[in-house]
Design a protein around this ligand. Structure first.
Ligand code: SME
Length: 162
């Protein structure tokens, strides 16, 4: 079972990033860091950006956790690619039971991917891996959706640079 977290307190720390950091990449990096540090069942946290030149591909952005070989992911490939193609949240309680999955580490047991939009435009995604099976509850999802809303502006700024 994932540990119960004080999401409200963590969210207020993330809100504070807005007034402290103005550079988009640094702000998103700080969000990843806070999430990995403060939520014990978040073991890898990262943002993927939609490639503005090759719009059916994701590029790895700021992340916290072990380096991954999946620095570019075509739409439709793995959980990230499926979430981008279907434009919906994917919660995978047991990655071993997901056939369309791109493994990063054998320690990962469950994963959540949330698309990030500005209006109708898909900007990228927030991807979180956990070493705990079925780590992501509806409370995690609601918390992470708020973080995605907050991050959209920074993601848009980063998208313009690629
Ligand atoms: N597992 C993901 C790939 C990205 S890593 O988790 C960092 C997927 O299946 O799309």
């Amino acid at each position: 079972m994932p540990e119960v977290c004080n999401f409200e307190e963590i969210f207020s720390k993330i809100l504070a990033v807005r007034s402290k950091i103005s550079v988009a990449r640094a702000a998103l990096q700080e969000i990843c860091r806070i999430l990995v540090d403060r939520v014990p069942h978040y073991n890898w946290v990262g943002f993927y950006l939609v490639d503005s030149k090759r719009s059916k591909e994701l590029i790895l952005g700021p992340f916290e956790g072990a380096p991954t070989e999946h620095v570019r992911i075509p739409f439709g490939a793995g959980i990230c690619g499926q979430a981008a193609e279907k434009r919906k949240i994917f919660v995978v309680p047991d990655v071993e039971r997901e056939s369309n999955y791109l493994a990063c580490s054998p320690d990962v047991k469950s994963e959540i991917v949330l698309p990030i939009f500005k209006g109708e435009r898909l900007l990228g995604e927030l991807d979180i891996d956990s070493h705990t099976t079925a780590a992501f509850t509806p409370a995690d999802q609601a918390f992470l959706q708020e973080i995605c809303q907050l991050s959209a502006e920074w993601l848009e700024q980063l998208n313009e640079l690629i």
